[in-house]
Design a protein around this ligand. Structure first.
Ligand code: NDP
Length: 355
């Protein structure tokens, strides 16, 4: 069967697109991934999705799925293994997606929405995995509220880490930034803001070796073996100045009592599948751009009548959510761009039928 549209991704972007396309009677086929649901299912309560004062991330996803199915979307909890895009004799490129289940499926489709999301990078410590959602988080905007008047640590030295730390100062009484170097790679303006914020203390040249706590985060084990290196930063206290660090038997390691740990060492968009198929930026985020610059559309100006904003470098292939978002990475912004992609798919299908 030739599909109108295949949506790859079952997070807020993919499911919001599915709701709109299902209500437009286009019967979208959603590959929601395995396990489905994206980053929202990793967070606990969500308190910043308009309309819900407080809802579990997994519950929010479940509600979106039900809403999409109610209007006629079909959702398959499988990962897409390959995407093929080829030029046909017509002006509309041919697209196939293949999923691997018991049976190998190759599905032809008129259009595709890529909504595969991004994954926060983690330290990959066993204790970090065990305590995720129990004091370990990768999203201060989502979880900062739960650390009112508590002490937290943010790990990383880029813009995300500094932004997370500043966000957390609205709630926490004390915020440590643990960074493995003696200088930040974050923008100067963010460094200035951090320097001026009295709630923030930076522990330089340090890596977190373990997160302590059984049922909840109670502290972190910090390895300061790099401490002896000369510091380029005079602006901030060195780790030894912090009265909250307690020496452990090994003199290079210290214990810092914290209630929460925010890992902010970067994100990786889930776009490996699309390398060489649609244009990506140097970090792997999918580039979306107005249709004027879409490469695989022929010279026809007919497609230009509508100024597509969510179309990738390939005609009929759209992207939404964190896989195409370097900056905002919020559930609601993902849902918003998912809706934009859905509205553009509707336009695209009407236009492409003419060829
Ligand atoms: P970055 O890659 O810029 O920074 C990641 C940081 O984490 C680096 O300091 C890095 O250390 C550190 N790090 C990486 N791996 C580890 C590890 N295993 N253990 C300890 N530390 C580690 O990622 P960001 O998410 O901060 O930023 C990504 C992009 O998004 C950047 O271009 C940034 O400017 C942009 N951004 C812009 C914002 C804005 O304009 N408002 C807000 C947030 C992000 P090291 O320094 O040693 O490499």
């Amino acid at each position: 069967m030739f599909e109108n549209v295949v949506i790859i991704g079952g997070g807020p972007a993919g499911l919001s697109a599915a709701i709109y396309l299902a209500r437009a009677d286009l019967k979208p086929l959603v590959f929601a991934g395995s396990p489905p649901g994206g980053q929202l299912t990793l967070t606990s309560e969500v308190e910043n999705f308009p309309g819900f004062e407080s809802i579990l991330g997994s519950e929010l996803i479940e509600k979106m799925r039900k809403q999409a199915i109610k209007f006629g979307a079909r959702i398959v909890d499988e990962n897409i293994k390959t995407v093929e895009i080829s030029q046909s004799s017509s002006k509309v490129s041919q697209k196939f997606v293949s999923a691997n289940s018991n049976e190998f499926q190759r599905i032809p489709t008129n259009s595709i929405i890529i909504a595969t999301g991004a994954k926060a990078l983690w330290l990959n410590l066993p204790s970090e995995t065990r305590l995720r959602g129990k004091g370990v988080s990768a999203c201060a905007t989502c979880d900062g509220f739960f650390f009112r008047e508590k002490t937290v640590a943010v790990i990383g030295g880029g813009d995300t880490a500094l932004e997370e730390a500043l966000t957390l100062t609205k709630f926490a009484k004390k915020v440590y930034i643990i960074h493995r170097r003696d200088f930040f790679k974050a923008s100067k303006i963010m460094q200035e803001r951090v320097k001026e914020n009295k709630k923030i203390e930076v522990i330089w040249n340090s890596v977190v070796e373990e997160i302590i706590g059984e049922k909840r985060v109670e502290g972190i084990k910090v390895n300061q073996s790099w401490l002896n290196r000369s510091s380029q930063s005079e602006s901030v206290k060195s780790a030894t100045d912090s009265t909250d660090l307690t020496d452990l038997t090994d003199s290079t390691k210290q214990l810092l009592k914290v209630d929460g740990v925010f890992v902010a060492i970067g994100h990786k968009p889930d776009t490996d599948l699309f390398k060489g198929k649609v244009d990506l930026d140097e970090k792997g985020y999918i580039l979306v751009k107005p249709v004027e610059s879409v490469k695989s559309v022929t010279d026809s100006t007919d497609f230009n009548r509508f100024n597509y904003q969510r179309m990738t470098s390939v005609s009929g292939v759209f992207a939404a959510g964190d896989c195409a978002d370097r900056y905002y990475k919020q559930a609601i912004t993902s849902a918003g761009t998912g809706v934009e992609a859905a509205l553009e798919v509707e336009k695209y299908i009407v236009e492409s039928i003419k060829y």
